[in-house]
Design a protein around this ligand. Structure first.
Ligand code: FES
Length: 164
């Protein structure tokens, strides 16, 4: 009987882990996040990461997200009203999630992929510290970062269609 209970408990833990990792894998960071969030087989509650967005009106909006969430996840989860942001839902097809980072924060971000670079090249108001929010995952080292939303967005899909 004790063996059955132990097997059931192990299966529940594995399912929870699998579910959490599936969420984080879209960010490509589940290995890192998993290491910091677990101890043995017991998941620990993660500390939230504070993100300060500067919106198009220059207002600072402070929200929190979980390690492993993308900045697009944070915008969606917190229901932030950034017009047109994240139009392709993180499929690297629009560049509307373009964000501008402070120099120090930018250096802490993971490497940019060729696919992200291709989309960034088409973003409105590109800067030296621009990245796509759907490709940036929260880590504790980014806690307190300040991220600026560009004045406008360019939805590449509409440009290709000739509809905008
Ligand atoms: S949401 Fe479209 S490229 Fe990031």
């Amino acid at each position: 009987m004790a063996l059955v209970t132990a097997v059931r408990r192990l299966a529940q833990v594995s399912l929870r882990e699998c579910s959490r990792r599936r969420t984080a894998v879209s960010c490509g960071a589940w290995l890192t996040a998993g290491r910091s969030l677990t101890s043995g087989t017991q998941p620990l509650r993660s500390d939230k990461v504070t993100v300060n967005f500067i919106n198009r009106d220059g207002e600072k909006i402070t929200v929190k997200g979980s390690p492993g969430d993308s900045l697009l996840d944070v915008v969606v989860n917190e229901d932030l009203d950034f017009d047109g942001f994240g139009a392709c839902e993180g499929t690297l097809a629009c560049s509307t999630c373009h964000l501008i980072f402070e120099e120090e924060t930018f250096k802490k971000l993971g490497p940019v992929t060729d696919e992200e670079m291709d989309m960034l090249d088409l973003a409105y108001g590109l800067t030296e510290t621009s990245r796509l929010g759907c490709q940036i995952c929260l880590t504790k080292s980014l806690d307190g970062m300040v991220v600026r939303v560009p004045e406008s967005v360019a939805d590449i899909r509409q440009t290709k269609d000739g509809s905008s």
